[in-house]
Design a protein around this ligand. Structure first.
Ligand code: URA
Length: 233
């Protein structure tokens, strides 16, 4: 859609006033000032008018590259949370769909749509989550096979469901799981006698972390990414 149209859709400005705002230099797209009202913007582009991030009407769907050191809670007075990395008027409307540990980095989904986040987190949806796991020790073949078949976690009744392991190097693997048990990846590796040194979430279902996002940055999800979670399977 054209930039002036996008501004009119997501602010109180008329199309004519939106055009004037652009020409007078009040608007930036993805951090760069833009003075052409006919510029084509995509849904995921961040349009800022006078320091105000303009959101399209309707529910909000974001991905963030979560940095280490922030917790995945809505509010916490003592520790920084992922929501503190968003502008306040955005943070007010969204919650986290699928938490990560404080030291885990990578793909975090945030939304205002409770039904959609339920699709991400519901055990009945079996949404696949892929992690890059850096290990303390090389992973023997037998341990890989055990992870793939399912391992018994300390203090739990049932073994984990089958997982996929892709070996990148002696101490780096990609692990795909379809459950979301407490500290699951770290406990799975502990169950095979190893230790997770670093954990980074690469994808959830068909949504892959945008590699142009630096730690702490976020962007709106595209319509395709939003509907990929809605579609069954
Ligand atoms: N598994 C973990 O152990 N930690 C995370 O943050 C995510 C999955």
């Amino acid at each position: 859609m054209r930039l002036d149209q996008r501004i009119a859709t997501s602010s109180e400005l008329s199309r004519k006033d939106a055009r004037r705002a652009v020409i007078s230099g009040r608007v930036s797209v993805n951090g760069t000032r833009c003075k052409s009202a006919s510029t084509h913007v995509r849904e995921r582009d961040q349009v800022v008018l006078d320091d105000r991030l303009l959101m399209l009407p309707g529910d909000l769907y974001l991905m963030m590259n979560k940095p280490a050191g922030v917790i995945s809670a809505t509010t916490d007075s003592s520790q920084p949370t992922a929501l503190d990395l968003l502008p306040a008027d955005l943070a007010r409307h969204v919650h986290i769909a699928g938490r990560l540990d404080k030291d885990t980095t990578g793909l975090l989904l945030l939304t205002s749509d409770g039904q959609w986040s339920h699709q991400v987190t519901s055990p009945r949806r079996d949404c696949a989550k892929t992690y890059r796991v850096t290990l303390a020790e090389p992973l023997p073949d037998e341990a890989c096979v055990m992870l793939e078949h399912g391992v018994q976690l300390h203090g739990e009744d049932k073994p984990t469901q089958p997982a996929q392991v892709l070996v990148h190097s002696e101490t780096t693997i990609e692990l795909t799981i379809r459950e979301g048990r407490y500290h699951q990846v770290k406990r799975m590796l502990a169950a095979v006698g190893n230790h997770v040194e670093a954990l980074h979430r690469l994808s959830i279902g068909a949504i892959t972390l945008d590699d142009t996002l630096a730690p702490g940055q976020y962007r709106a999800l595209t319509a395709d990414e939003i509907s990929a979670i809605r579609e069954p399977g």
